[in-house]
Design a protein around this ligand. Structure first.
Ligand code: PMP
Length: 400
């Protein structure tokens, strides 16, 4: 049956993990995958999550199916976290929301829904560069993907003028995918003023804003501050689509908890939209998984756990910020040729180092250090035990 099936390419991010696993050197460092690691390089199950697990276990809940749109307590609390409790569309009950298989699943519901129902141009503009999965998630539904400029190689910063030009040039009513905060892979976000300009520009062009928020809290340690772009667009009357993930900020990677939501113009419209969202979800996986949503709902809905979680998100963000400054200081101390200020100024889990593919390869072969070929490193993979070794290896690779 399958003689004509060709070997597919390796996933550029998950492939790094395989190479790391195959390397048994004790000095090996994995900066590939975007998952938080504690100060000893270990995955961290948050205390707030462990406490929520205890609460759930005592409740002895059943394992019945959830509705197609998921657990209502979860989607309510999750939406409040993203949009803010006082947000107008929340108060007016006009957000169509469904639980999703984490952020990826939310994006897939979005593109599924848009491919069926969006009457504007079926083109999703994504930043260049972006998280690699955005393109297939768009294109598998038959929609087209296009790019807008985002990264300026010269300044290792945001190409804001290029970004605006490309969004301006897109056909009116195009779909513009925006990383809400802590852009992956660059770690570069628009400033508040730039977000305000983008809001005006998208409005003028009647573009549809599709927000991907996979890192709320990870950028600054402040969950409300990190929701600035989303909340500003909504305040300005944009009927945004939002894809929300709890993988990173709650460390629930494998639990697959997230939401897909759309701001509608009325409660009546919300109900109509939701009836069609269900028709997208049903043939994909019928209904979402229970456990992650129960954990999130327990944490967000229990004041002591919420407070604990907020300190834990901040702790993760702060440790990453600390690593940024340590890495920067070491690179400078080692007289590494180049300007490394971006290591400190970039935001969130990743740093786009500017290392070339040759340097990335050399680091893997000679130093057992693994990262994606675009030179992106997960800052969370660094800690006090390996940052010196990494800086020395990186410095050597740059010096050639
Ligand atoms: N969007 C972006 C920008 C991401 O970086 C990720 C995770 N790497 C996701 C969405 C989705 O992650 P998940 O499906 O694990 O929530």
């Amino acid at each position: 049956f399958w003689a004509t099936v060709q070997q597919g390419p390796e996933d550029p991010i998950l492939g790094v993990q395989d190479k790391f696993n195959a390397d048994k050197d004790p000095k090996r460092v994995n900066l590939g995958v975007g998952a938080y690691r504690d100060e000893n390089g270990k995955p961290w199950v948050l205390d707030s999550v462990l406490k929520a697990e205890d609460i759930l276990q005592k409740k002895k809940l059943n394992k019945e199916y959830l509705p197609i749109t998921g657990a209502a307590d979860f989607t309510k609390l999750a939406s409040e976290l993203a949009y803010g409790k006082e947000s107008k569309p929340i108060v007016e009950d006009r957000i169509a929301v469904a639980q999703s298989i984490s952020g990826t699943g939310a994006l897939r519901i979005a593109t599924g829904f848009l491919s069926f129902h969006y009457t504007g141009p079926q083109v999703v503009y994504i930043p260049n560069p972006t998280w690699g999965n955005h393109i297939p998630i768009v294109e598998q539904t038959g929609m087209k993907s296009a790019r807008y400029r985002y990264f300026d190689k010269k300044t290792v910063g945001l190409d804001f003028e290029g970004m605006k030009e490309d969004i301006e040039a897109a056909e009116p009513g195009s779909i513009i995918l925006l990383h809400a905060c802590a852009q992956n892979p660059t770690g570069i976000d628009p400033t508040k003023e730039q977000w305000k300009e983008l809001s005006i520009l998208l409005k003028q062009k009647q573009h549809l804003a599709l927000f991907d928020m996979a890192y709320q809290g990870f950028a600054s340690g402040d969950v409300s501050g990190d929701a600035f772009a989303v909340r500003h667009f909504v305040e300005q009357g944009h009927q945004i689509i939002l894809c929300q993930s709890f993988a990173k900020n709650l460390g629930l990677y494998g639990e697959r908890a997230g939401t897909f939501s759309m701001v509608c113009s009325s409660k009546e419209e919300k109900n109509r939209v939701l009836s069609q969202v269900k028709r997208v979800i049903r043939p994909l996986y019928s209904s979402p998984p229970l456990h992650g949503a129960q954990l999130v709902a327990t944490i967000l809905g229990t004041p002591e756990l919420l407070e604990l979680w907020l300190t834990e998100v901040k702790k993760m963000a702060d440790r990453i910020i600390d690593m940024r400054s340590k890495l920067y200081d070491l690179l400078v101390k080692l007289e590494t040729p180049g300007e490394w200020g971006h290591i400190k100024s970039q935001i969130g889990m990743f740093s786009f180092t500017g290392l070339t593919p040759e340097q990335v390869t050399a680091l893997a072969e000679h130093a057992h250090v693994y990262m994606t070929m675009d030179g992106r490193i997960s800052m969370a993979g660094l800690n006090d035990h390996n940052v010196q070794y990494f800086a020395e290896s990186m410095s050597k690779a740059v010096k050639g």
